[in-house]
Design a protein around this ligand. Structure first.
Ligand code: ATP
Ligand code: MG
Length: 201
């Protein structure tokens, strides 16, 4: 089944390509315009801003809380019934050190507030918290795709693996443009998108 989209595309492969290209251009713009410095750190409002920024040209649901239940593998993300309460709770979670920030990230992943594009938007959100609170970001090039996805699957039960994996990839290069652009490419690669290089768009 293909998602309804503003581009009126009806073929999945074509939609995936257009989505990758347009939203990567937006990710680049988010950084280069300085808009990235304006958003709220560590709240659902901040995450919704990122999601809307990336996907507004493509989906009506950009930046909006989903209205269907979703699952991945055999894990069901937060049931709609509890989603609002969960997001309010996450807003109040502390974020003053690495462990607290990853715990918050894990909870936001469990919430999975959007219909599509959660992984990509939430990794940008995570890096902004790390940057603001501990003056470091993840160098996603140092995080293997299979290791990452298996640690995220595991994180709903135990967060030790994702903490260890992301900790060894921390860098002090928090304002490095090339690192940000490459991080977007890696983040998209995790989700199966690797047609375009953000830097070149
Ligand atoms: N089985 C799982 N249990 C918990 N979290 C998972 C699982 N599988 C994937 N994830 C996490 O969810 C993220 C994205 O998953 P998913 O594809 O469902 O979201 P999405 O909304 O389609 O986002 P995107 O389009 O960016 O991939 C992954 O990057 C990972 O962090
Ligand atoms: Mg997806």
């Amino acid at each position: 089944m293909i998602l309804d989209n503003k581009l009126n595309i009806t073929h999945q492969i074509e939609l995936a390509k257009a989505e990758e290209k347009i939203s990567k251009q937006k990710a680049k713009q988010l950084f280069d315009s300085g808009d990235i410095a304006k958003l709220e750190i560590g709240t659902f409002a901040g995450l919704a801003f990122i999601h809307a920024y990336l996907f507004d040209d493509i989906y009506d649901f950009a930046g909006k809380i989903r209205d269907v239940n979703i699952a991945k593998g055999n894990f069901r993300f937060a049931p709609l019934m509890y989603l609002d309460a969960s997001l309010k709770h996450i807003d109040t979670m502390p974020q003053s050190n690495f462990d607290e920030i990853i715990e918050k990230y894990v909870e936001m992943n469990i919430a999975h507030p959007f219909r599509e594009g959660n992984g990509r938007a939430t990794r940008i959100w995570l890096d902004l918290i790390l940057k603001a609170e501990i003056k470091q970001v993840v160098d996603w090039n140092q995080v293997d795709k299979e290791d990452y996805l298996s640690a995220m699957q595991r994180s709903v039960v135990k967060d030790l693996e994702i903490k260890a994996l992301l900790k060894q990839a921390l860098t002090d290069q928090i304002d490095d443009r090339a690192l940000f652009m490459k991080g977007i490419d890696v983040s998209y690669y995790y989700e199966g998108y690797s047609e375009f290089k953000t830097e070149e768009l």
